[in-house]
Ligand binder design. Structure first.
Ligand code: NDP
Ligand code: BG6
Length: 510
């Protein structure tokens, strides 16, 4: 991470009584504090609907830091020092009148802390509230950058479909400039996702192979072992396609497939990702059943524990057709990737939590060596985003002894082996970047809209055609079995990853 101190500022979090604030944002800010990466002068104002005093809020945030901080043994004195800079304001975030009060609190806080009238507003509320909050801030004169800077952090999802995504952008642009907006896709804050750029463009050995001539297919999996937990209400209106694919998975595909940027400047990178999104071959509504498989987890027993099906989760309709799993086959119509299938899948209640990108290289044109089991393998590069972050290269070697028996072996690199390197959390990195006005790792308006354009025919086909099946899959499995049918090629399946990068196999110990 850059080791620069950002300018003085006040961070205002809307939705501070919610899950995201306690689990991710406050622990990330505390971590920045311990690394001396917060501004010299700063204050954090949490805003929520529910009532709470400053003291109660600080106590709750202290507990969150203890529970969710990456440092498993954080120093209590340091935590209390940090939470001393937090305050809480209970207000109706949708009522314009409340913003006059907020404005005077900001002015007072600014004088007390000496924060140079610089404000960052973080929207951690339900997404339907982003436009009203921004409008109310603008009406109160809190969006203008006359005295200090004003930055707006918007959490995903950015809209519900193409039209609402466009409307959100349009309405925000009427109030604030694009360079004041930071749309968080926290996958871009993950160290291993950023490392994709370094791995591809800092090494001469991979780039010559990174195209349709050598790559047979690309596979991206983002699996979670948890279910929807307390977020059933939100998830019902979202589903895996909107929650994970429109943003996290497409961004990972974009970074895997993009052309080299002209520089590491934020717009240079985002332009290249946008070009990938613009080259996505649209999936016609009629092809959705062939190219997209959706699933929903059903009840099962995992390691002796009885797990409820999705339809029995809190806030979920008993006849819900919301997908908790989705797998898509698509193509990128450009010079580099023409004809190479990309397969992406994501699901809740899968056997383990793992996100990885698998590059399957083409086989040699002539097979000189026979394996005992008759199976031919191909080289694979596995880029592990989480956990056991690292890279694994699989290739064939001769087994010692007589004859030419071939064995598939691996070369692996694990981040954890870099003992002196700490991997910062995604939110830590992204919050720090907003403070430094570095928008490289944030999604731009045109990227979001182009991603929605790709997703929309799938949404429409599902809405219109109830004949398209949603397959049940028992909690703790890799999704509907027929998701393997998407993969072109005799006997080919998805990779079955394990928690440890070097293990794989459907039945491995998870
Ligand atoms: P929560 O439901 O836990 O919190 C919502 C917050 O908004 C609470 O502080 C709530 O106040 C406040 N709020 C104010 N008005 C309303 C209202 N009318 N209806 C509902 N809530 C209201 O949500 P999360 O913290 O989980 O998520 C916040 C945002 O971040 C969402 O957009 C979500 O999609 C996004 N996000 C969340 C992630 C996560 O891990 N939680 C990950 C990635 C994105 P109060 O509780 O006081 O009523
Ligand atoms: C969020 C989704 O954006 O990403 C959640 O809303 C999902 O449903 C989460 O659980 C996964 O993030 P991570 O960092 O745990 O892979």
């Amino acid at each position: 991470m850059k080791m620069e101190n950002p300018g003085n500022l006040i961070l205002v979090i809307f939705g501070a009584s919610g899950d995201l604030t306690s689990r991710k944002l406050i622990p990330a800010l505390f971590s920045l504090k311990t690394q001396k990466l917060l501004p010299e002068k700063y204050a954090v104002i949490g805003i929520g609907r529910s009532q709470s005093s400053d003291e109660e809020f600080r106590k709750k945030m202290k507990e969150s830091i203890i529970s969710f901080s990456e440092d498993k043994n954080p120093d209590v004195g340091q935590i209390e020092n940090f939470t001393g800079s937090l305050s809480y304001l209970s207000m109706d975030e949708l009522s314009a009148e409340s913003y006059e009060k907020l404005k005077s609190i900001l002015a007072e806080t600014d004088i007390i802390y000496g924060t140079d009238a610089n404000y960052i507003f973080y929207m951690a509320t339900p997404p339907s509230m982003y436009e009203s909050i921004s409008l109310n801030l603008a009406k109160a004169g809190l969006a203008e950058e006359s005295s200090g800077f004003r930055r707006f952090i918007i959490e995903k999802p950015f809209g519900y479909d193409l039209e609402s995504g466009r409307k959100l952008n349009r309405n925000l642009h009427e109030l604030i400039a694009e360079d004041q907006i930071y749309r968080i896709d926290h996958y871009l804050g993950k160290e291993t996702v950023q490392n994709l750029l370094v791995m591809r463009f800092a090494n001469g050995i991979f780039e010559p192979l990174w195209n349709r001539n050598y790559i047979h297919r690309v596979e991206i999996t983002s699996a979670e072992s948890i279910g929807v937990e307390e977020r059933g209400g939100y998830y019902e209106s979202s589903g895996a396609l909107r929650d994970m694919v429109q943003n996290h998975l497409l961004q990972m595909a974009g970074l895997t497939a993009m052309e080299p940027p002209s520089s590491m400047e934020s717009n240079a990178i985002r332009n290249e990702v946008l070009k990938v999104f613009q080259s996505l071959q649209p999936i016609r509504e009629a092809d959705v059943p062939k190219q997209v498989i959706r699933g929903q987890y059903t009840g099962s027993t995992i390691r002796g524990e009885c797990i409820s099906g999705y339809r029995y989760e809190k806030g979920v309709a008993p006849d819900s057709r919301t997908e908790t799993f989705v797998a898509i086959k698509f193509f990128i119509n450009n010079w580099r990737w023409g004809g190479v299938p990309f397969y992406i899948r994501t699901g809740k209640r899968m056997p383990t939590r793992v996100t990885e990108i698998v590059i399957h290289f083409k086989r040699t044109p002539h097979h000189l060596f026979q394996r005992e089991n008759g199976l031919l393998t191909s080289n694979q590069m596995i880029i592990r985003i989480q956990p056991d972050e690292g890279i694994l290269l699989k290739f064939d070697m001769k087994e010692p002894g007589s004859g030419f028996n071939v064995k598939n072996v691996s070369m692996d690199f694990h981040y954890k082996d870099l003992a002196d390197v700490r991997v910062p959390s995604a939110y830590e990195r992204l919050l720090y970047d907003v403070m430094l006005a570095d928008s490289t790792l944030f999604s731009r308006d045109d990227e979001i809209e182009t991603a929605w354009k790709f997703i929309e025919p799938i949404q429409k086909a599902w809405e219109k055609n109830h004949e398209i099946k949603i397959y049940g899959y028992p909690a703790g499995t890799w999704g509907p079995a027929n998701s393997n049918d998407l993969i072109e090629g005799c006997g080919l399946t998805w990779r079955y990853p394990c928690r440890n990068l070097t293990d794989d196999g459907l039945y491995c110990e998870l």
